[in-house]
Design a protein around this ligand. Sequence first.
Ligand SMILES: CC(C)(COP(=O)([O-])OP(=O)([O-])OC[C@H]1O[C@@H](n2cnc3c(N)ncnc32)[C@H](O)[C@@H]1OP(=O)([O-])[O-])[C@@H](O)C(=O)NCCC(=O)NCCSC(=O)C[C@@](C)(O)CC(=O)[O-]
Length: 300
Amino acid sequence: MTGTTVRIVEVGPRDGLQNEAALVPTDTKVALIDRLAATGLAVVEAGAFVSPKWVPQMADTAAVLAQIRRPTGVSFPVLVPNERGLAQALAAGVTEIAVFAAASEAFSQRNINCSIAESLDRFAPVARQARDAGVTVRGYVSCVLGCPYEGAIDPAKVAEVSAHLLELGCAEISLGDTIGVGTPAKAQALIRRVARDVPVAQLAAHFHDTYGQALANLLACLDEGIRIIDSSVAGLGGCPYAKGATGNVATEDVVYMLEGQGLSTGVDLDALAAIGGWISTSINRPNASRAGRALLAKAG
Ligand SMILES: CC(C)(COP(=O)([O-])OP(=O)([O-])OC[C@H]1O[C@@H](n2cnc3c(N)ncnc32)[C@H](O)[C@@H]1OP(=O)([O-])[O-])[C@@H](O)C(=O)NCCC(=O)NCCSC(=O)C[C@@](C)(O)CC(=O)[O-]
């Protein structure tokens, strides 16, 4: 694996901040995204065109997109739940969107107020119109290793939803352990099952770190050929539907582990650690990155 490149999808400004109770000022979001985009990250998820009643924190996504610098080589995808969200995304000049489904019926209802089948029907015209406009589409599947309402999830269901998203034209499918309950053997079994229906090169691992298993799970996924990892600077985030659920695995921790394993990320870890420290202080939350805290302590 040494020398292999792993693409990191930074989801902090979206998945991380969407759960903050206090509204984060637009200027802070813009500064966060601009700083992240200067670290060597190729993808920084910038927001979501969802209902502001459901997720008030993402209500300023258009304003954020209007103000960020957009350096060449960095993409700034946004989440889109329906055609209305797509229209807003296209008006904002995005080049990449993500639709989001779940492998759990109960989670799908709570998150987007419809069944899995209804969500996939809803995404069909979204994906088609996006691709017609030259916009790349990513697909998320939530609850791939467990659901706060349904408990264990059958990997075959994850494979079925993932394959459907692929058929709709998603360029890649991100597998979300939304509540961070997975363990390495389960993560490995999941990837093996899903990879029977979706090429592993088109799969991303999106792990929350609630039970402290995310890095171990990622290693198991890397062994299975996964080369796209979602993570959140300073481990920002949580899940409104699962008490105690923490944010995504911290980007600093992922970069530290990958580079230590001889894998290449192209990301400036010291710069990332500084951003993690800054955003944690700015929004008054603990910095959840172990590597970030260690690097900041070392730097004095
Ligand atoms: C899907 C809906 C819209 C259905 O919501 P609904 O209430 O069933 O739909 P609706 O069509 O009846 O719309 C309700 C209201 O929202 C408005 N609306 C409708 N669409 C939009 C839009 N695009 N932008 C702005 N406003 C919108 C619409 O106009 C209406 O406003 P009202 O008439 O009541 O004033 C809603 O449930 C929703 O927005 N859900 C978003 C939930 C969300 O963002 N969750 C977090 C992201 S997923 C995630 O974090 C998991 C992930 C991806 O990270 C992976 C993992 O870790 O598992």
